[in-house]
Write a protein that binds this ligand. Structure first.
Ligand code: HEM
Length: 153
């Protein structure tokens, strides 16, 4: 009888401790958003601005094989940024007739996906030290850029 009571006491104190721990772990998680350092979220225009300066730098660096390792990294950065902009809606979508807006947004995403694919190829070309291939991809990216800007900027 006595051992049973001791066991019950031990079990309840274990459950109690467990609850306290779980609660404090939850409390820590609940605090995360306000205490964690978060990078500021950039809007479409700010992301495009960054794309612009990387693309400009790459258009010079692409002719210098000594910079290929760094150029491959910068091209990967283009991939990362286009993966953000593909989910950002240009203000100009509102200017399309209401019944064309869904299609316009779909086309915008397709063009952005093209750009992601090209930037991935660009990075691979620099890694393979294929500067001729890289130059060709840069031209294709520039054409896609022009199309994107004509339609949505
Ligand atoms: C290499 C490719 C590209 C580069 C370097 C580039 C660069 C830029 C730059 C420098 C701006 C002006 C940002 C500012 O106002 O400070 C801009 C704006 C814009 N671009 Fe691009 N772009 C590229 C591709 C594209 C593509 C493929 C699309 C569409 C699918 C696109 C859509 C837009 C839109 C909608 C804006 C206006 C954003 C706003 O002001 O809210 N761009 N881009």
């Amino acid at each position: 009888m006595k051992t049973q009571i001791t066991k019950k006491l031990l079990l309840s104190s274990l459950i109690f401790t467990g609850l306290i721990c779980a609660n404090s772990a939850f409390a820590q998680n609940a605090q995360l958003p306000s205490t964690a350092i978060q990078a500021p979220v950039k809007n479409l225009q700010q992301n495009m601005k960054e794309l612009g300066s990387i693309f400009k730098a790459l258009s010079t660096a692409m002719n210098d094989p000594a910079q290929n390792a760094e150029s491959a990294k910068q091209a990967s950065r283009l991939v990362d940024i286009f993966k953000l902009t593909i989910n950002q809606v240009p203000d100009s979508i509102d200017l399309f007739p209401i019944n064309e807006q869904t299609q316009a947004l779909e086309d915008y995403k397709k063009l952005s996906q093209n750009q992601i694919d090209l930037a991935e190829k660009l990075s691979a070309a620099f890694t393979a030290n294929d500067n001729t291939g890289a130059a060709l991809i840069m031209t294709q990216m520039n054409d896609t850029k022009k199309e994107g800007h004509t339609k949505y900027k």
